[in-house]
Ligand binder design. Sequence first.
Ligand code: ADP
Ligand code: ZN
Length: 604
Amino acid sequence: MTELTPHKILQKFFGYDTFREHQQEIIDQLLTGLDAFVLMPTGSGKSLCYQIPSMIRGGVGVVISPLIALMHDQVMGLRENGVQADYLNSSLPPDEAGRVEARVRAAETDILYMAPERLLTGRGQRLLSDIDIALFAIDEAHCVSQWGHDFRPEYLKIAEVTRCYPGVPRIALTATADEVTRKEIVDKLELVSARSFISSFDRPNICYRVLLKDNGKRQLLQFIREDHPGETGIVYCRSRKRVEEIAAGLNREGINAVAYHAGLPSAERMAGQQRFAREEALVVVATIAFGLGIDRPDVRFVAHFDVPMSMEAYYQETGRAGRDGEAAEAWMLYSLGDVIAARQMLMRSEGNDTFKFVQQRKLDALLGYCETTACRRQVLLRYFGEEREESCGNCGTCKDGGSSAWDGTVAAQKALSAVFRTGQRFGAQYLINVLLGKEDERMRRFGHHRIKTFGVGQELSAKQWRSVLRQLIALGFLTVEMDRRAGFVLTEKSRPVLRGETVVYLREDPAPKRRPHKRQTVEIADIPAAGLWEQLRALRRDIALSLEVPAYVIFHDKTLKEMAFERPVTREALLRITGVGEKKADRYGDQFLETIQQWECQAD
Ligand code: ADP
Ligand code: ZN
């Protein structure tokens, strides 16, 4: 327990000057002994909201988190800042767990991270009943939702535990936004009287781009080489096979990449996570199995080689980029093949009709986002219930120019009629041949060279027809049938189009060639002392290696850049750099000041 005010702690321990939106209010809420429900996007600074009150209130702040792989680094990071923190999870050997429990009982710890399964054991409960508890923080609170993909059954039992401590304030935190999940959290964690704190979901430092897949692997390689050389990123793919192929391909091209998916032996998965936590320039190629628990602040890009299944998934996955607030990019490829594959995957998935209907709607929203001709951020935020008047200036549409829309009603009617008249069982290539009037043996066998639609679509090229079909699927005017070899079938929305009652706007696909684009924030090249930045990084790497912690636990990139820019020479000046608190200034200050001084001498 400390006598310091929240703001003093922010400066002294964490090295930051000002609170971000809501942080101060949430902290005050807990200090008053009241409950809070916090919905803020990834990277917005949720952790401080329970860490600071845990330090101020008497007793131990108990943080329940499913992210076992992360606890060690989180606790190390806190200790580096001079905060007394510990964790208990299944990765600790019994004697070490015993030592942690002793420290907790002796009130030598301010913050205790606990895996939910630990909390529920008799031993865990006994520990809690023996100590003073400052607060309960339930992190990743959406794990309580049975509909979500991160569901943890233990989370359903948390309320039974906290009920035993009626005077202890509770805070539930999540970055998962949809209404149903929100309700479930409040309900299952018994937080009806908690005050809600909900932030804007905007992540202004992330630039959102969506491109048509043309030669995907080459596009990806070019993207990493030209826009993100030597940087850390994640590439998401739909299948395990694709993950392995792409990781191997990147490595062949000299890009440091590692594959990650649930089918790998657990030792290999662990090694992959470890490398991701430690290595400076690493590309992780992964299925969605890689996700929960990625806390690395300096992920510079998240690339989707295949489209995700919902806006929520897309938002969560892209949200792993740029948690340090520096410029980052969310980049996605999509194609007709992708759209079909996603629809099929859904239909094949388990679950009842209601479930599939909901998932279908979610996929529709994502595909609509892909096809939009408007500012991507506007569309994204609208989905999460935020209206934006102005276009953002930091998305593919705003920066590279949007694609124009055209009245595709007649084209849509022709395509839908081709689908209908061929019996709703053929795929794209066949339909395009019908529209273009290209007859072959198979078509003659079916007699489709004699239908009314044969050859009516010669005003468009085969490529343009692919684009039309893709958009009709994305917009829900067509769907794919599973049991008939993935043939296209009409939907309820098709009929009004065929009857001429609906106007269909389609977008002009932009030419696949890429425009060079410049990034917008301060770049290393803009720092007069780029050589110094390299030296500071090298020093950080040495310290991190000797302490066996990730480099960002010592200092974030942002902090080092600011150091290279400001070149402080005294401890006071060093303390003014964002991210330098007293403890870190004590421990590493001299080494960093010395490096800066040496560099100044060489530069003269
Ligand atoms: P979340 O849990 O919401 O995803 P974190 O708590 O991990 O986010 O915080 C993200 C980053 O923002 C961390 O590097 C953290 O140190 C930093 N941060 C948090 N609050 C502030 C603040 N008030 N000023 C500057 N940086 C902050
Ligand atoms: Zn925009």
